[in-house]
Design a protein around this ligand. Structure first.
Ligand code: NI
Ligand code: MN
Length: 226
């Protein structure tokens, strides 16, 4: 059993076998988040790409908690220039082993730069193996047919953006569920700002009518176990 908390937007906490992971922390300036960043003390911070709405609170949380940063070399290098050097750099490709399980960075169709305009390299998604479960966080991405490959080993849970405008919208996310075939899907990256306003209940209804996946729609700050 793993425990997940969605904090709004793409920010997700995971508690697994005595380890805590935090993905894409965007809390303090996130209009929908109810989580105080000071309340989080992760062991690992995972960053899918360098946009402000994915790295905003990362440096503060890493400095305070001593968490290890995991991301691509361009992202870990940018944090290193701010004095954060407890990091593990990797790139899209194969699995790497960590104390919490295994992680593979997957492709994502998006753009990537850091808040100061620095080059961000390739944006990514995350495929995690935790406690015998496979969890996919798509990051910011358009729909792509290689999602079928990401789902091949079986997926217990997929976090998929549905906001449209910057990422997949609900129609593309529904196709993504058909390709990935996860047991459970959680929509993310919507309702944070007016351009990505979406009806998550409608997405859940079409997802459960047209695919075999269960769709969970947590409130920001809500936790669930899988
Ligand atoms: Ni982005
Ligand atoms: Mn984003």
């Amino acid at each position: 059993m793993n425990r997940f908390t969605w904090h709004g937007h793409a920010t997700v906490s995971i508690e697994t076998s005595g380890h805590s992971l935090l993905i894409d922390p965007f809390l303090k300036d996130n209009p929908v988040s109810v989580t105080d960043p000071e309340s989080l003390s992760p062991d690992f911070v995972l960053i899918t790409h360098g946009h402000e709405d994915h790295v905003a609170d990362a440096a503060d949380i890493i400095r305070r908690s001593g968490a290890q940063l995991i991301s691509t070399p361009e992202i870990t290098g940018w944090f290193a220039r701010q004095g954060i050097d407890n990091s593990h750099a990797m790139n899209i490709g194969g699995f790497s082993e960590f104390p919490f399980g295994r992680l593979k960075l997957t492709p994502a169709w998006h753009s990537n730069s850091l808040p100061d305009g620095s080059y961000g390299g390739m944006p990514t998604g995350l495929l995690l193996e935790l406690n015998g479960q496979r969890v996919y966080h798509a990051g910011d991405t358009a729909l792509f047919s290689d999602m079928e490959l990401i789902g091949e080993g079986g997926l217990d849970l997929a976090f998929l953006p549905i906001g449209s405008n910057f990422t997949m919208g609900p129609e593309e996310a529904l196709r993504a569920v058909q390709l990935l075939r996860p047991g459970t899907v959680v929509p993310i990256h919507y309702n944070t700002f007016p351009p990505i306003r979406q009806d998550a209940a409608a997405f859940k209804a079409s997802c459960e009518a047209e695919t075999a996946a269960r769709c969970l729609v947590p409130e920001p700050g809500e936790s669930f176990g899988i």
